[in-house]
Design a protein around this ligand. Structure first.
Ligand SMILES: Cc1cc2nc3c(=O)[nH]c(=O)nc-3n(C[C@H](O)[C@H](O)[C@H](O)COP(=O)(O)OP(=O)(O)OC[C@H]3O[C@@H](n4cnc5c(N)ncnc54)[C@H](O)[C@@H]3O)c2cc1C
Length: 400
């Protein structure tokens, strides 16, 4: 590893020379810093202090670190779910176009070779200026090896400054492998993204320390800047049905597509319940429900409201309900129109998974429970009286 000066960025302030503890930096007659690699111990103080980001660390000879200015544009890697582009991809194309308008660059959506024509059009409707289909029959299958190698090749060619994908079982392993190959930074599980101008840094915010703080992370020394984002955190923008984007193909070298792993198929969890991911209404139960038998009350209320059943972590840990129903930091992130939290205190690890719901109703006997800070409506009292009463009223309504 060594340090490199990006000449276009240097303003000859000589701060690097002043702060270097081992006197490895001297200013040349041209007003540019010269780093003596024999003295430099790579402590990085000059990188931190440089006001224009003109000093970067260089790993080997990778072009991704050579010159930031070559890297332009926002790239969103779309993913499929049951043969359709997943909602999270439209959310990210929408967010990507917002970031791109600050940077004044285009947004490119990338899909693997299985997407339908209609879906490619939808990506432009939500903001993609270009759509690139990575061709190769095997890429239509969710195999991480060939997909990550093909994506690496595309990124090396296109040089986007930002790459985003969903923080999902497809997106997480894919982007982490590509980031390692590119020797660049990746922030997983982001809940907020913003651009810092004029340096064009992507500020990547995510919960840290068990969700007790929100950390904002930057990738100041390498490009591209990569992040995975939780589904349902970013809002889809209003579709523009008049927008048409350029659709092109990228053909990878065939040798990178061979893989020892064989794709056999997808086995879905069998459930008669509405799935959390796309539910407009979620009724969630917590430890306050007290027993697995009582959880049927939550299921009944969810059924009457045509909603999905959610849960805080304790009922999952105690085996009352499967993990696919857990909402929160180590469960799913949801943002339904209505979220009913019953016997849930509102620990930060639960809140990060549901606080962007449109309307939150909390049923709890403790008026000071933290869930009250995010609730739009609070029903204070014993859930064993309130929930049966709600069920009775809804049943009466249903039967006319
Ligand atoms: C790394 C890490 C990750 C985590 N991830 C998650 C996660 O993804 N999701 C998650 O939910 N948690 C998660 N947790 C656990 C989290 O910290 C809390 O312990 C958990 O959310 C508490 O669940 P709860 O609100 O159901 O239980 P409690 O905090 O015990 O709250 C029970 C509530 O029920 C109310 N209540 C009791 N009886 C009644 C009654 N008869 N009528 C009305 N109200 C009643 C009480 O007033 C209380 O507010 C995580 C923790 C860690 C450390």
């Amino acid at each position: 590893m060594s340090l490199k000066i990006i000449q276009k960025r240097c303003v000859s302030c000589s701060l690097c020379e002043q702060v270097c503890p081992v006197k490895a930096v001297s200013m040349t007659e041209d007003g540019l810093p010269l780093i003596d690699s024999a003295l430099c111990n790579l402590c990085g103080i000059c990188i931190e202090k440089c006001p224009t980001g003109a000093i970067v660390r260089v790993h080997g000879t990778l072009s991704s670190q050579e010159d930031f200015d070559e890297y332009k544009g926002v790239m969103v890697i779309a993913e499929e779910e049951e043969g359709k582009i997943a909602q999270v991809s439209y959310e990210l194309v929408s967010k990507g176009s917002e970031l791109a308008s600050v940077l004044k660059v285009p947004v490119t959506a990338v899909v693997f070779d299985s997407a339908q024509e209609e879906d490619l059009k939808n990506l432009s409707v939500y903001g993609a200026d270009r759509v690139i289909v990575i061709k190769g029959e095997i890429l239509g299958k969710p195999l991480i090896g060939p997909r990550s190698r093909a994506l690496y090749e595309l990124i090396r060619k296109e040089k986007p400054e930002i790459v985003l994908t969903g923080s999902t079982s497809q997106g997480r392993p894919l982007l982490s492998r590509v980031a390692v190959r590119l020797k660049t930074g990746l922030t997983a599980d982001c809940t907020h993204l913003e651009i810092e101008m004029p340096d064009r840094h992507l500020l990547q915010t995510r919960p840290a320390w068990g969700g007790s703080i929100m950390a904002t992370i930057m990738t100041p020394n390498t490009r591209p800047q990569m992040a995975t984002v939780r589904p349902r955190v970013m809002r889809k923008k209003t579709p523009d049905y008049t927008k048409r984007s350029e659709i092109s193909s990228f053909i990878t070298s065939p040798e990178i597509l061979t893989d020892p792993v064989q794709f056999l198929g997808v086995i879905r969890e069998e459930t008669s319940r509405v799935r959390l991911d796309n539910a407009d209404i979620i009724v969630s139960g917590g430890r306050g429900i007290k027993s697995p038998e009582n959880f049927s009350m939550i299921e009944k209320l969810a059924l009457l409201l045509n909603g999905a059943v959610g849960s805080s972590r304790p009922p999952v840990d105690d085996g009352w309900i499967s993990h696919s129903h857990q909402v929160g930091q180590t469960g799913r992130t949801v943002a339904p129109k209505l979220y009913v939290a019953i016997g849930i205190s509102g620990a930060i690890q639960h809140l990060v998974g549901m606080q962007s719901s449109d309307c939150i109703v909390a049923i709890n006997k403790d008026k000071d429970a933290p869930i009250m800070n995010v609730a739009d409506y609070a029903i204070i009292g014993d859930l064993f009286e309130i929930v049966p009463e709600l069920i009775k009223t809804l049943e009466k309504k249903k039967t006319g």
